[in-house]
Design a protein around this ligand. Structure first.
Ligand code: A3P
Length: 318
């Protein structure tokens, strides 16, 4: 389009250069924009997403803090939404990484090098984001579209991110960097942080609009997947029928989307996503409690105190 759009772009570039920045020890450089830290690489796309996205009532938005189980949630919701189009034995998940089936809005659609257009997605659209609730485009809050938030124990998420960031930076994982990363995390500095604000904003929205915002926990889903998948499908407006239940469809979804199954697929072992990342980097251990192998008692004490303070009175327990 015309000059107006280009002027907007130029102004944005100028504003972006003035944002406060930090550097995480693993090499990622978040910048601070309107009360939250964003990955600098994606701030441009985040603002474009905020300004231009028009939600449809049938959209499903998957929101997560990075490393909270986004890949799993994308696989699950894609399978639930498309279960009448593909039998599980012919699922696109068998040959395509979940991130290529469910794009990140601020990266894959509105980012500087988009890999797809919204028009090309089948309806109902399933879309991902790491943006905080307060930063989501107005149309998501004003429309009838639904939002699913998946939250994970912050210690496991924190450790998972350290491994992921090392892979992003093409360097071996270095445990000696954990202490400094941890200190920054506790000061709120992390991609899409502060963590507590991210979680609390979605938590509050799920309390205020339970029919539109569903709040799930990774650990609960791991412990009792079947009942959580039922809740998820119902929330999506696509509940499993009694017939499907008796035919074992939920168990099939569970098996297809399980960590071990996805991790061992040829596509996820040896291929790259459309964005060019090795698919294998999204599958590490998929366990609960791996943090205990890395964090010291004093770190635990510090974070527990901080979380008690931040989550006091919210009704949300970690
Ligand atoms: P670990 O690094 O602890 O193993 P995200 O998908 O938000 O990037 O989060 C990645 C984390 O989810 C990684 O955790 C990864 O191993 C785990 N994960 C990926 N696929 C999963 C699945 N199908 N089920 C459970 N966990 C999964």
């Amino acid at each position: 389009c015309g000059d107006e759009e280009r002027m907007g772009e130029k102004e944005m570039e100028v504003v972006l250069k003035t944002l406060p920045m930090e550097k995480l020890p693993e090499g990622i450089d978040p910048c601070f924009y309107e009360r939250h830290w964003y990955r600098s690489k994606f701030i441009h796309g985040s603002i474009k997403f905020q300004e231009h996205f028009k939600a449809q009532d049938t959209d499903l938005i998957l929101a997560t803090f990075p490393k909270s189980g986004t890949t799993w949630l994308k696989a699950l919701t894609f399978t639930i939404a498309n279960r009448n189009n593909y039998p599980v034995s012919e699922s696109p998940l068998l040959t395509t990484n979940p991130h290529d089936l469910v794009p990140f809005l601020e990266v894959d659609v509105y980012g500087k090098n988009p890999i797809l257009k919204l028009e090309d997605l089948p309806s109902p659209r399933v879309l991902g984001t790491h943006m905080p609730y307060s930063a989501l485009p107005i149309s998501i809050k004003d429309s009838n579209c639904r939002v699913v938030y998946l939250c994970r124990n912050l210690l496991d998420m924190f450790i998972s991110y350290r491994h992921f960031a090392a892979k992003l930076s093409n360097t071996p994982f270095d445990p000696s960097l954990i202490e400094e990363s941890f200190d920054m995390f506790c000061r709120g500095v992390s991609s899409y942080g502060p963590f507590w604000d991210h979680v609390l904003e979605y938590w509050k929205a799920s309390q205020e609009r339970p029919d539109k915002v569903l709040f799930l926990k990774y650990e609960d889903m791991k412990e009792d997947p079947i009942s959580h998948f039922k809740v998820l499908a119902k929330f999506m407006g696509l509940p499993f029928s009694a017939e499907e239940e008796s035919q074992g469809v939920i168990e099939e979804v569970l098996k297809l989307c399980s960590f071990n199954n996805l991790k061992d697929l040829e596509v996820n072992k040896n291929e790259k996503t459309r964005r060019g990342n090795p698919c294998s980097m999204f599958f590490r251990k998929g366990e609960v409690g791996d943090w205990a192998n890395y964090l010291t008692p004093s770190m635990l004490e510090r974070i527990n105190k901080l979380m008690e303070e931040k989550f006091a009175g919210s009704g949300l327990n970690f």
